[in-house]
Every structure is written in structure tokens, then in C-alpha cells.
Design a protein around this ligand. Structure first.
Ligand code: ZN
Length: 342
């Protein structure tokens, strides 16, 4: 299996992060890349650099207004006297159907869901290359590869069509799914990150051609709180094409695999022609976010189970934070999935 990654993805280095209101170091560190690269190599994958795919595949799932914001907000922020070093919002609209503000501060609140996605000088470029890794992986699968891995960092699944959030700016999994739609009439996205893939859900919520399925810690007491509940099933033509499978915290491998079986039942019924796996590794028992107590052998079983679907598959890296087993967990998933054989 080929893996895609560009060095520019490492230059984004967010500093600010608020945890229960308290300033903490941002956990989405560039060092994650080293661990994940090592994990991919251990599974026998070869790492290739993606091409520059331009804005086209990104603009297919994000609004022009939002992309313009991401590209220019850092420079605009520097012109505000006394502003923070990174772009961090401090006011948000309660509803998003009102006026669009002209000010940088107002737009930051409009386009950023929380304080976990600070924007610095390198963010836009890193996010672009992260998305292009996803595009390249999707194109490899469209060209006949049974699967491909995109080492996407910064991650993407909390990014909506026009909102950043939770360390995410461009929704790489959504970009990959939309690229796959050129050849596949139906694409499923299976999100196994600890956190609900709220941005991905939002992007495809009213569409019947992309099924979104997410397994995650129950948001009733966990980020992202306002999305990820079992009664969110899609809307309009997309009603029934979103499935949320919230799990109790610390529920372990068996509960995760059981929920995965439910996900597969829905995916089978949808009969997709291609699959995107939004691969978070933060469900791990030793992850700093506490997780769902999934073990390293558990990731191998999850990979094996997903491979059993037999679908052309793009694996897109989402979360998974610094801990001793981060690379091993990726190796376990990829090896279980089929590693270099696929
Ligand atoms: Zn996560």
C-alpha cells in the first residue's frame, strides 16, 4: 500500500489550547508526523509525496468564503494592534444565518467553532498539503490500487464546509470522498476516531450519495457535545444516510468491534463502490484524551474487520496524540488491514 505525505504538513505548529478553560499546550504537535511515518513504514508502506492539486478538490467541499478566510486571516490578524500571535476566536454567532462580518475578529468567530484550531503563518500551507495527500490517495485508489493511506496532518474531520474546529481546517476525509465520487456513484465514510466526525457529517448531511458513519465516545459528556448523537440521521434527501454509533467511555475492544458490525450492516445495505476510513487512533487506552480503551491488538482487529468489506479504500489519518504506542497503533491497524499486500 502506498502512503502519501508532504513535509510542509509538519510546519503548522499550534501553541494555544484551552482545556476546560485552562491554557494547555496544544496536543496536535508536529511530532505526531514522525510517529505516524514510522508506524506506516513498519507496516511495509512506502511514503510518496503528493502533487499540488490546486484548490479545486478542496473547493468541492468547502465554501469560497471560508477558503479565502483560511488563506488570508493570519496576515489580517497581524494588523490588529495587541492581537494574539495566533488567530483565536473570542466571539461566535449563536445562529449562523445572520450577517457575515467584515472584521477579522468577527470572521474568526464565524469560521472557527472553538479555540482548538489556532491559525499561524504556516497553517494554510500545511492544511493544503494535508488535503492534497488525501486527494493523491483517492486518485491512487481510482487508478486501481485496492487501498492507499493519506498521512493527513493537520487532521480534518471536525472541519465543516465553512467552519474550522478541533485541530481541523480542511476536511481531508470529505475531500477524498468527493474525489472518489468522480468514479463511484456511492461512497461511504467510516469514522473510527475517538471523537465524532461532526464536520464530515455536516458536509454530507443532506446528501444520499455519501453515507457517513461514525463510531465515537458518547458526546453527551464529550467533545464535540452538540453533534454525534444517535438521533442525527441526516436531512432532506440525506435522511437515513448518516449513522452515529456513540459508545460509553472506556468501553474497550469488544464494544468497539460490536459497534463496527452495526456500521458494516448499514454500509452493506448502502452498497458503496468505495470507502473512506477516517482513521483516528485516539480511541486507544493510552491516548492523552482518555479514549475508549481500545488496545493495540484491537486496532489490528479493527483494520482486519474493515478490510473484510472488500471495498476500494482510502485511509485518511485523523486524530491520535502523542503516547508511546501511537506509531505501533498505526502499524497494527495497517497490518490488520493487509499492510503492503493491499
Ligand atoms: Zn479525535
Amino acid at each position: 500500500m502506498k502512503a502519501f505525505y508532504a513535509e510542509e504538513q509538519k510546519s503548522h505548529d499550534p501553541k494555544a489550547f484551552l482545556s476546560s478553560g485552562a491554557p494547555q499546550p496544544n496536543p496536535e504537535k508536529p511530532e505526531r508526523v514522525e510517529r505516524l511515518l514510522a508506524g506506516a513504514r513498519s507496516a511495509g508502506l512506502t511514503i510518496e509525496r503528493p502533487k499540488n492539486h490546486g484548490l479545486g478538490p478542496i473547493a468541492a467541499v468547502h465554501t469560497p468564503e471560508y477558503l479565502d478566510f483560511l488563506e488570508h486571516i493570519f496576515a489580517r490578524w497581524q494588523r490588529i494592534e495587541g492581537a494574539s500571535a495566533e488567530v483565536i476566536p473570542n466571539i461566535h454567532p449563536i445562529a449562523r444565518n445572520g450577517s457575515y462580518p467584515a472584521s477579522a475578529v468577527g470572521q474568526a468567530g464565524y469560521h472557527m467553532a472553538d479555540t482548538a484550531c489556532p491559525i499561524s503563518a504556516e497553517t494554510w500551507n500545511s492544511a493544503l498539503w494535508s488535503a492534497w495527500s488525501a486527494v493523491e490517495a483517492a486518485e491512487a485508489v481510482m487508478a486501481g490500487a485496492p487501498s492507499a493511506y493519506a498521512l493527513c496532518r493537520p487532521p480534518g474531520h471536525h472541519a465543516f464546509a465553512d467552519v474550522a474546529g478541533g485541530f481541523c481546517f480542511i476536511n481531508n476525509s470529505a475531500v477524498a470522498a468527493q474525489v472518489l465520487r468522480k468514479n463511484a456513484s456511492r461512497v461511504a465514510i467510516l469514522d473510527v476516531d475517538l471523537h465524532h466526525g461532526n464536520g464530515t457529517q455536516g458536509i454530507f448531511y443532506a446528501r444520499p450519495d455519501v453515507l457517513t458513519v461514525s463510531l465515537h465516545a458518547d458526546p453527551v459528556r464529550f467533545y464535540p457535545f452538540f453533534w454525534g448523537h444517535a438521533d442525527e440521521r441526516g436531512e432532506g434527501a440525506g435522511l437515513g444516510y448518516n449513522l452515529n454509533l456513540p459508545l460509553a467511555r472506556k468501553s474497550g475492544d469488544a464494544a468497539f468491534l460490536e459497534a463496527l458490525a452495526t456500521a458494516f450492516w448499514r454500509i452493506h445495505a448502502f452498497a458503496p463502490e468505495a470507502l473512506v476510513v477516517a482513521l483516528g487512533l485516539d480511541a486507544f487506552e493510552g491516548d492523552p484524551f482518555g479514549g475508549l480503551s481500545v488496545t493495540t491488538p484491537g486496532f489490528s482487529r479493527i483494520g482486519e474487520a474493515i478490510a473484510g468489506l472488500g471495498l476500494p479504500t482510502v485511509i485518511v489519518q485523523e486524530g491520535g496524540y502523542l503516547c508511546d504506542a501511537l506509531g505501533d497503533n498505526l502499524t497494527a491497524f495497517l497490518t490488520g488491514f493487509g499492510g503492503k499486500q493491499r
